[in-house]
Write a new protein. Structure first.
Length: 94
């Protein structure tokens, strides 16, 4: 990746190398409103974020199947093993 910087030098170069090396950043992947909306364990990755739009339990044996329940308005992130609730989001009409 190339950057247009005001400052340059070895410290900046080192920082940019570290940033480019981050492989698991947070990625918004969509919304979940039913157990079938959870991703397959073979494709879910650390940092995947979903918004929950209806009360739902992750109990589909073909998906992540953690057994955790979430409410409409929750926002969740995959930590590599399970879902972590990172807070509610506001439901509103535009």
């Amino acid at each position: 990746m190339s950057y247009k910087l005001r400052y340059t030098g070895p410290q900046i170069d080192d920082l940019l190398t570290k940033i480019d090396g981050i492989s698991n950043t947070m990625q918004f992947k969509g919304v979940i409103s039913a157990p079938s909306g959870f991703p397959l364990t073979s494709v879910v990755d650390i940092g995947f974020i979903y918004m929950i739009t209806a009360d739902v339990t992750d109990n589909d044996a073909t998906k992540t199947n953690t057994g955790l329940s979430f409410q409409a308005g929750d926002e969740i992130i995959w930590d590599g093993t399970t879902w972590v609730e990172i807070g509610p989001y506001e439901l509103f009409a535009l």
